[in-house]
Ligand binder design. Structure first.
Ligand code: GLY
Length: 548
């Protein structure tokens, strides 16, 4: 033992030194530390990135219920480390068969006030999140489905501490207290919203997750939970038409990744019904000749150019993008070099072009979450998941919140006498901005994965995270920390953070209408670092990135 001890010490020191140097080989980045831990626990048992995504989503539904969960939908991109193929799962909510293009109009023919449209049965789409995860798990999971729920069920049944963001949203969305199940779960006996650090127990959600663990997505297609969803939606004071047939008929759609070049990389994202992948590819293509890599992060030139490119892609998005099963979206034409070259002529380095064409009013919403996961086999998941507004439609069934995703449709069916591409139609999926993204190198190796929450601002957030990492060679965390500039074909928004507001006057001199505002963000990202990975989570939220 006397001889062995120095040897053991030396081995321990070497191992320690190695551990300090080595980059993580597997990693989870998500909007809440408990969700990250749930994912890491699955990876530690040898699970794949998809196995981990199931656990992360279940925990997010418990601890970040305002943003995503069993009652919502999402888009998941999966990168297979062995084949380097990307599979895209569309679990976007669908409009019920009884939905109509005018269902968000009031008796006066005008759109319902947005809050009334959100808090209604009309806004609830057929949820797709569990069906999506089940399908992805069947194809790319290795651990047993029912082994992926234990930590989330435990947290829901025995309690979890309210995060600062959940507390803030409970305080802000007071109408949620009008839902009896929400009041019993998230509010004190005197009706006051739970505060940060208070404990929430959601036994109904624990029971629902146990059913999903035992039987899969079928428990949302038929049986008591399905019947209760239908009853709640149809019994609402502003009723919707969701039916058992709608729930039974829901299908996850596998789509092609939408990929395009940027400098030495290939960027792959989500095509229609999301506008995210297309808008990001267009913006990057518009910006490429300006060589943003010559600039310092967020200097005047780059901020101006990013705002101008964003303005152009938002004009196209408003006009063209909707569910491709209902509206032909001219994706190839919108990405054609000749078209983009013509659009680029509108960008002047020293003058803003101003608003481009009519843009429907944008909704500000924050009920979305993004997770990014890599496993030891080199598989990866980039998954944006949502119930749309904070606390969705403000209705709960089985401990989960019903989405209000159908308010992502245009409330008006016609504009200037022409049908709006993103009008409501039966069975249609509303246009999204969700932008789960992968970047590949010339050998099709994964360079990074990224995506964000944040409604329409997802596009600008994801675009700038990409520019931060690819052009300015920032770490994932540094790219996510950068103050944001956004333009959705209106004012140029500067985040009230760091040096960015100091550019306001100079941008106004270039013709921008500038708003300095607080920004919600919601990015997570994982980027190749050496032989492993580095991660980042948006400092504007509660999330973390962690690996081993
Ligand atoms: N509800 C957020 C989005 O789909 O863009």
């Amino acid at each position: 033992m006397r001889l062995l001890r120095p040897l053991l010490v030396a081995v321990a020191l070497l191992a320690g030194a190695g551990a300090a140097r080595a980059e993580p080989r597997q990693m989870v980045a998500a909007a809440h530390p408990l969700a990250v831990e749930a994912g890491l626990e699955v990876l530690a048992r040898g699970g794949t990135a998809v196995d981990a995504a199931v656990a992360v989503q279940m925990m997010l539904g418990v601890v970040e219920p305002q943003a995503s969960g069993i009652g919502g939908g999402g888009f998941l991109l999966y990168f297979d480390g062995a084949t380097r193929a990307i599979t895209v799962y569309d679990g976007r909510e669908a409009a019920p068969a009884g939905a109509t293009p005018t269902m968000f109009l009031g008796a006066d023919g005008k759109p319902l006030p947005f809050r009334q449209a959100v808090a209604s049965g009309k806004s609830v789409g057929v949820p797709g999140t569990v069906a999506l995860l089940e399908r992805a798990h069947k194809e790319h999971g290795t651990l047993a489905w029912n082994s992926l729920f234990a930590t989330s069920i435990d947290a829901a049944r025995h309690g979890f501490p309210v995060s600062s963001r959940l507390a803030a949203w409970l305080d802000q969305v007071k109408a949620f207290a009008g839902e009896p199940a929400a009041r019993a779960t998230f509010f004190d006996a005197d009706g006051a919203p739970k505060k940060q650090g208070d404990t929430v127990v959601n036994a109904a959600l624990a029971d629902t997750m146990q059913r999903v663990a035992d039987k899969g997505a079928t428990v949302l297609r038929e049986g008591p939970l399905a019947e209760e969803m239908v009853r709640r939606v149809q019994a609402h004071a502003r009723p919707g038409t969701l039916s058992l047939a709608d729930l039974a008929g829901y299908r996850v759609i596998k789509r092609e990744a939408l990929c395009g070049p940027y400098r030495i990389w290939t960027i792959c994202g989500m095509g229609p019904p999301s506008s995210g992948g297309l808008a990001i590819l267009q913006a990057l293509a518009l910006l490429e000749p300006f060589e943003l890599s010559r600039d310092q992060p967020n200097d005047l030139r780059s901020v101006h150019l990013i705002a101008e490119a964003s303005r152009l892609v938002f004009a196209d998005r408003a006009h063209y993008v909707a569910d491709p099963a209902f509206v032909p979206v001219p994706v190839e034409k919108l990405l054609a070099p000749a078209y983009l070259a013509e659009r680029r002529t509108l960008i002047s380095p020293d003058r803003s072009m101003g608003v481009q064409g009519a843009v429907p009013p944008g909704y500000v919403e924050h009920g979305t979450s993004h997770m990014t996961i890599v496993d030891r086999q080199g598989n990866a998941v980039s998954f944006t998941t949502t119930i749309e507004s904070p606390f969705g439609s403000l209705m709960m069934v089985g401990g989960f919140i019903l989405n209000n995703e159908l308010t992502d449709f245009s409330a008006v069916a016609e504009r200037d006498g022409r049908p709006v591409a993103n009008r409501v139609e039966p069975g249609k999926r509303p246009r999204s901005s969700m932008s789960p993204t992968f970047v590949l190198n010339k050998d099709r190796e994964l360079v990074l994965a990224v995506g964000s929450a944040g409604g329409q601002r997802i596009i600008g957030d994801t675009l700038q995270a990409l520019i931060g990492m690819l052009d300015w060679n920032l770490s994932a965390q540094a790219a996510l920390d950068l103050p944001r500039v956004l333009n959705m074909n209106g004012p140029t928004e500067l985040e009230e953070k760091g040096d960015l507001p100091a550019l306001a006057e100079r941008l106004r001199a270039l013709g921008h209408q500038v708003q300095v505002r607080r920004h919600e963000g919601g990015l997570t990202a994982i980027r190749r670092e050496g032989d492993g990975w580095g991660g980042g989570a948006d400092p504007r939220r509660d999330g973390v990135a962690k690996g081993d």
